[in-house]
Design a protein around this ligand. Structure first.
Ligand SMILES: [Mg+2]
Length: 251
């Protein structure tokens, strides 16, 4: 029985800082139906607190405890393993890592660093990895959509550092099964009782299905025609609004 719906944020609920058509109402209908809702994102250009505030500002009823971000998962990992990070991240994300130990880095943290993905920063990260520091990354997303076009996400830079240092990154956001399990455990829900909704066929849909969730690909956000052919077992709907309409009319 379906107990929880996990919603990817960018491309499902929002795009370019605006709510997608019908998304606020769709989330409100899901909430009113008694389903447990959680909001997931690999976005690493803003803090978890800022993600939550933006959703509230757009009219979504959401609390900080319902929001799970990849940078938040990395912070918890650093604390648990007492690691000192070298942060290759966006300047807006810095508050997420405030108050952690400083000094000689014992881990490389990689988010969507945008302009900081330059030779000097990547080269420093590379040498730390060669010296044995683990590479902790938000995700393997190839691209995201903003301002009407696709942009490079963190994934290509993760792969570049893995290749150079001949190591394997530890992915702490989607598509990591650990990320989904942490969300489900906190909600007290089993994988087969949850539905993941996303616009990224790999990191949202296939990743959730790999650990036993149902999944729905929405044809909004970064969706590109033909994506559904890569996940033939997944549900596919035009939008979150269309999914909710179909879900709630079926007893
Ligand atoms: Mg998305």
């Amino acid at each position: 029985m379906l107990k929880a719906v996990l919603l990817d944020i960018s491309g499902v609920l929002t795009e370019d800082g605006e709510a997608l058509p019908g998304a606020v109402e769709a989330v409100a209908r899901l909430e009113a139906s008694g389903l447990v809702l959680r909001f997931l994102t690999n976005t690493s250009r803003k803090t978890s607190a800022a993600v939550c505030e933006e959703l509230e500002r757009l009219g979504f009823a959401v609390t900080p405890a319902q929001v799970f971000t990849a940078p938040g998962a990395i912070r918890r990992h650093l604390e648990r393993h007492r690691l000192t990070p070298y942060l290759l991240i966006h300047e807006h994300l810095e508050p997420e890592f405030a108050g952690l130990p400083e000094g000689e880095p014992s881990a490389v943290v990689l988010g969507d660093a945008e302009q900081r993905f330059d030779y000097a920063h990547l080269d420093t990260a590379f040498r730390l990895l060669l010296a044995g520091a683990p590479l902790l990354a938000v995700g393997t997303n190839r691209y995201f959509r903003a301002d009407g076009t696709l942009h490079l996400d963190a994934g290509p830079f993760v792969r570049a550092l893995e290749y150079a240092a001949d190591i394997e990154a530890r992915i702490l956001g989607k598509p990591s099964g650990d990320f989904f399990h942490a969300v489900l455990d906190a909600a007290g829900v089993k994988p087969n009782e949850a539905l993941m909704v996303g616009d990224d066929v790999e990191c949202d849909v296939l990743a959730a299905m790999a650990i036993g969730l149902a999944a729905c690909l929405v044809r909004s956000g970064k969706y590109r025609p033909g994506d559904e052919e890569r996940a033939p077992e997944a549900r596919c709907e035009a939008s979150l609004e269309a999914l909710v309409e179909a879900l709630l009319e079926t007893p």
